[in-house]
Write a protein of this length. Structure first.
Length: 304
């Protein structure tokens, strides 16, 4: 969780219901996450404080760019994003304001928060090395450092070095190994690549299935959640699987009971473009009627 400039009071109120500002009953929260655990957290917060959460949703980097462009006019109160690399970028842009909270400091270990109180981490992801079981024995490779071993030449695949996840991994290696050893590791891994880095996590998995051996890093929890969610969607409504990322986001905002104009504002597109997307969604889901899309969105909100 990251606290933006201009939002010291509201961010503190997230964890101190007794200090709720009397003239503000809405918290503007920027997030690209769509997890049921988050939904439960927001609902519980509103029940305890009476403060409504107004979500401003987009991709991680577009949200940061939007807040930067809005400057002092930004309505954002809290930013929820993933990866320390993005937090660093936003911090360098001067988007955060320090928060002093005894509750946050007692519940979140010092290693998981910015020393000046500019951001606080509340969840962790496990980065694993995925391998082809038909070609690699269990335990044959156990650490990231081993990916640079010449024995794996031509057998490693991974995302681009510009990926925020890999930038954060490199930062961690510099911290643990020192700059010289980390640089030597990066050169070793590059020499072992079976192909030039391209695509996302799923693309790396496909490369493994086609003959590559390793993916590093692999955000295993993310892939597992997506696989589980996709399977559930196929059972509930096959049409959902055919929706594009933009169509899914619009469907989610429909479930939030937002108008086309509000959706367009959140996604930086015109309301007419939103109408076109809604029409395509209805075609894919085989929906008809004035309120069919809203009814479907509300019923399947947790699976979108």
């Amino acid at each position: 969780m990251t606290v933006l400039k201009k939002t010291f009071i509201v961010a503190a109120l997230l964890f101190s219901a007794a200090a709720v500002a009397q003239d503000n009953k809405v918290l503007n929260l920027c997030s690209s996450r769509h997890y049921q655990t988050d939904e439960a957290l927001y609902a519980d917060f509103t029940r305890q404080t009476g403060i409504k959460i107004n979500r401003i949703e987009a991709g991680e980097d577009p949200l940061i760019e939007r807040i930067r462009n809005e400057g002092e006019r930004s309505p954002a109160d809290v930013l929820v994003t993933v990866d320390a690399g993005r937090l660093w970028r936003a911090e360098q842009l001067g988007l955060f304001q320090p928060v002093k909270s005894a509750t946050l400091e007692s519940r979140i270990p010092e290693s998981y928060r910015e020393p000046g109180g500019r951001w606080f981490g509340f969840s962790l992801r496990t980065r694993l090395i995925a391998y082809n079981k038909a070609k690699v024995r269990p335990g044959e490779i156990r650490t990231y450092e081993e990916l640079a071993d010449p024995k794996w030449k031509g057998r490693v695949c991974m995302r681009s070095s510009t990926s925020i996840y890999n930038l954060s991994l490199m930062g961690a290696l510099i911290d643990h190994l020192g700059e010289q050893k980390a640089e030597a590791w990066a050169k070793g891994v590059h020499a072992n690549l079976a192909q030039e880095p391209r695509g996302g996590d799923t693309d790396q998995l496909k490369a493994v299935a086609a003959g590559g051996v390793f993916i590093s890093p692999s955000v295993a929890q993310f892939l597992m959640r997506r696989h589980q969610r996709t399977s559930a969607l196929k059972e509930r409504k096959k049409g959902l699987v055919t929706l594009t990322p933009t169509e899914r986001r619009i469907l989610w905002l429909v479930a939030e009971n937002k108008t086309n104009k509000e959706i367009g504002s959140d996604l930086f597109i015109s309301h007419r473009t939103v109408e076109t997307h809604r029409s395509h969604i209805c075609e894919k889901l085989e929906l008809s009627g004035n309120h069919a899309l809203l009814a479907f969105a509300l019923e399947h909100k947790s699976q979108i």
